[in-house]
Ligand binder design. Structure first.
Ligand code: NAD
Ligand code: ZN
Length: 261
């Protein structure tokens, strides 16, 4: 009897949660309809529905076993001192194969085409926003698709890093380094100031699929001064209290539902 009560309470709770989410999705849909100056700020959670693991979810890279934690391997010092191990991890975990943009990427590309969304600011390095058709994408942490020789500066595509046996080398003998921002490295000034301009000037900021734990990227959302800060995330974030609307759902499903994708 007791258990039965508990179960029905739980069902009731779940139902209320779903109803609340539906209300929130309707609200977000209305806000999107009303705005023509939206900016999106996202992270690894935007790509999990494409099959790319994030860092901090239970099935994320931080919870898998490696000799060193991912943030150590992906640091500048580690890259310089252990290039072979760096490229092993990088090739295994950061270079993604056979992945397609999901509904979140497609919804954002659609909103840009409609003139509603002004910029996608992403911490991701996978290039999936561009693959979905987004044009104005600021890649705060760079991209796996661009690489360069550390000695002569010659640019290389993804293939040069992918096909090398261990450390990829330029024809001149220099090491080919991915244009991704490693821990201990600075973000590009131009990307930061462009992000600040978009965020401080937009009337609605949608933040999604990011734990908002990685700085200075996460701090950029402090430049938003409007009244429509939307957070779409599976887990909690340090910025939850500041949000005007929180949707605890899968971002592809939420943005897909809002845009008819
Ligand atoms: P994170 O792993 O710290 O956080 C991801 C957040 O997204 C978590 O809070 C999680 O609850 C949420 N999430 C996961 N799947 C979701 C979904 N389908 N819908 C809604 N929310 C979802 O990621 P971060 O904040 O981006 O910081 C990690 C750093 O590592 C960043 O620099 C990031 O770019 C990089 N990284 C990039 C990739 C990629 O390019 N795809 C993958 C892993 C890590
Ligand atoms: Zn070179």
């Amino acid at each position: 009897m007791k258990t039965g009560l508990k179960r029905s309470d739980k069902r009731k709770g779940e139902k209320e949660l779903i109803m609340k989410d539906m209300d929130n999705i309707e609200k977000l849909k209305k806000w999107i309809e009303e705005s023509s100056n939206i900016v999106f700020f996202g992270g690894a959670g935007v790509s999990t529905e494409s099959g790319i693991p994030d860092f901090r979810s239970v099935d994320g890279l931080y919870n898998q076993k490696y000799d060193y934690p991912p943030e150590t391997i992906l640091s500048h010092t580690f890259f310089v001192n252990h290039p072979k191990e760096f490229f092993k991890f990088y090739r295994d975990k950061m270079i993604v194969h056979d992945v397609e943009p999901n509904r979140a990427h497609l919804a954002l590309a659609k909103l840009e085409k409609e003139g509603k969304l002004k910029a996608v600011i992403t911490q991701n390095i996978d290039g999936l926003h561009q693959a979905a058709g987004s044009r104005n994408v600021i890649e705060l942490h760079g991209t796996i698709h661009k690489n360069h020789c550390m000695d002569c500066g010659r640019p290389y595509g993804l293939e040069a890093v992918e096909k090398a046996e261990d450390v990829p080398h330029c024809e001149c003998g220099g090491i080919i380094k991915p244009d991704v921002v490693l821990y201990e490295e600075a973000l590009n000034d131009h990307d930061i100031s462009a992000s600040i301009n978009y965020i401080s000037g937009c009337d609605m900021l949608i933040v999604g699929g990011t734990s908002l734990n990685v700085y200075p990227a996460a701090g950029l959302i402090n430049y938003y001064r409007g009244k429509r800060l939307v957070l779409i995330n599976r887990g909690e974030t340090p910025y939850d209290e500041r949000a005007d609307l929180i949707i605890r759902g899968k971002i592809g499903e939420v943005l897909g539902a809002c845009t008819g994708i």
